[in-house]
Design a protein around this ligand. Structure first.
Ligand code: G3P
Ligand code: MG
Length: 252
């Protein structure tokens, strides 16, 4: 059975981990999410020059590390030497960019993981195939959701791993809506992951009528979280998962 089917809705996902309190997309941020009882995390992944899927949001390491350069111009070895914690706080000095494999190994059986395929700069690269090879090796497909704004990634994942649970990410734009409606005919995503601006009771009713569950990002406004909860949202993806959990446990 897939882990998501065992979790109670709405499911809280730590966006890039508990990224309000620790550097995003790091073991520290994922550990913090896990320690607070968060059942799920969201992370971003793309390939290094030597084809290793690493967990990072931006195309370059400039914003989040003490280094410079494009992820796909650096080898995994070079990336591992970077410090991705000090800029956030001295408490996280020497935190490293993890590989996707390190994250899979550490949280196997402990967390539902939403893997966002972030190869938007190289949409036809080998990322889906390499990630699927890793998933087959780890045998952890039952604890993963694959998401992407690029539906080709989801098509490729489903072709390679038919049992995969996939989620279409939808941008906050008119174009995003149009592209999403086209994409539905090619993939039958289990989930839709829209920007918060989409969420209304009508929107949720429509998606539910199509059999899709709705996990919304990025929910950092707790009043909005409470509204979405009351309207029947399926999942909340936010930087402070502990506070989101508290909202869900509030009596209402
Ligand atoms: O997966 C939800 C969200 O992470 C998508 O946007 O830019 O934070 O990766 P971004
Ligand atoms: Mg993301």
């Amino acid at each position: 059975m897939h882990l998501i089917d065992e979790l109670k809705s709405p499911i809280v996902f730590g966006h890039r981990g508990a990224s309000k309190y620790a550097p995003e997309n790091t073991i520290a941020a994922f550990d913090l999410a896990l320690a607070s009882g968060t059942p799920a995390i969201e992370l971003d992944t793309m390939l290094t020059r030597d084809g290793v899927p690493v967990v990072i949001h931006d195309r370059t390491v400039d914003r989040t590390t003490d280094g410079k350069g494009r992820v796909d111009d650096l080898t995994f070895d070079q990336i591992q030497r970077l410090d991705t914690g000090s800029d956030f706080s001295v408490d996280f000095q020497n935190e490293k960019i993890p590989s996707l494999e390190q994250v899979f190994q550490r949280y196997q059986g402990k967390l539902l993981i939403n893997v966002e395929l972030k190869n938007y700069h190289a949409p036809l690269d080998a990322l889906p195939r390499i990630v699927v090879d890793l998933v087959r090796k780890m045998k952890n497909q039952d604890s993963l959701i694959f998401s992407s704004f690029n539906f080709l990634n989801l098509l490729r994942i489903k072709r390679l791993l038919p049992e995969a649970r996939v989620a279409l990410l939808v941008e906050n734009s008119c174009g995003g809506r149009v592209l999403a409606s086209r994409a539905f005919s090619f993939i039958s995503p289990h989930f839709i992951h829209p920007h918060t601006s989409y969420i209304t009771p009508d929107y949720l009713a429509r998606e539910h009528a199509h059999g899709r569950r709705v996990n919304v990002w990025t929910v950092n406004d707790m009043a909005a979280a409470a509204r979405f909860r009351d309207w029947g949202i399926d999942g909340l993806i936010g930087d402070d998962p502990e506070e989101l959990l508290a909202i869900l446990h509030e009596s209402h």
